[in-house]
Design a protein around this ligand. Structure first.
Ligand code: NI
Length: 228
């Protein structure tokens, strides 16, 4: 690991100031799975940073292990990192040893590069069963807006899937492995802000809505109290 590179990257972003949340304005958590990728993840971070916004990245340990500088940049920029898995296998029907490998090896990589363990996880494919729920060491974060970006890989469709449906407290699912997702975000982030949304991490969203996240429980959105 190149410590000098780390310091340089941290120096560029450590002074970024995140605006305090304004009460009454709607909140949304943009989430990105299956990265980090050298090609796309930094572009998404650039877009979020330029708009003083943050996102949540559910990473693969197998990719993160070689992208420590990107993890460090996420952490220093106020973005949140969650565990997706080590190599994108389904987390159901795994032995204890297999599940341990998928989660703990990824956690160790995140902790090595950011100094902090991940606080949340998102199982691959959103697959959850009772065995995983009982063994999951972290809160399980799913989503309430599915952009289907992996399926369409069309930036207009991805943009519309966000802007047409997003509500206060939603969690939006995307993947930081497609050019079309980057292009959609380039327009969607300022458009969301123009609509009054504040872009926050999953944990910020939960905290702001008074929800204490618990291991082995599933969360897909955090609506305001008055919303059914
Ligand atoms: Ni995935």
């Amino acid at each position: 690991m190149n410590r000098d590179l780390f310091r340089c990257i941290k120096g560029n972003y450590i002074y970024k100031s995140i605006s305090p949340l304004e009460p009454g304005r709607p909140l949304v958590a943009l989430t990105f799975d299956d990265g980090p990728t050298r090609r796309y993840t930094p572009q998404i971070l650039d877009i979020l940073d330029a708009h003083n916004s943050v996102g949540t990245f559910f990473v693969l340990g197998s990719l993160a292990v070689n992208q420590g500088d990107i993890l460090a940049r996420m952490s220093e920029g106020g973005h949140q990192i969650g565990i997706h898995s080590y190599d994108h296998v389904s987390l159901i029907d795994l032995s204890d040893a297999e599940l341990y490998h998928e989660l703990i090896s990824t956690q160790e990589i995140i902790e090595e590069f950011t100094g902090e363990p991940a606080q949340i996880m998102r199982p691959t494919y959103g697959f959850v069963d009772s065995s995983l729920l009982s063994r999951a060491p972290l809160p399980i974060i799913l989503w309430s807006v599915d952009t289907l970006d992996w399926e369409s890989q069309n930036s207009n469709l991805i943009y519309n899937s966000i802007l047409d449906t997003v509500k206060d407290g939603d969690i939006v699912l995307m993947h930081d492995i497609f050019e079309s997702t980057v292009e959609a975000i380039r327009l969607a982030v300022p458009a969301l802000i123009n609509k009054g949304f504040q872009l926050v991490t999953v944990s910020e969203l939960a905290q702001y809505r008074g929800v204490s996240l618990e291991p082995g429980k599933i969360y897909s959105r955090f609506p305001p109290p008055e919303t059914p």
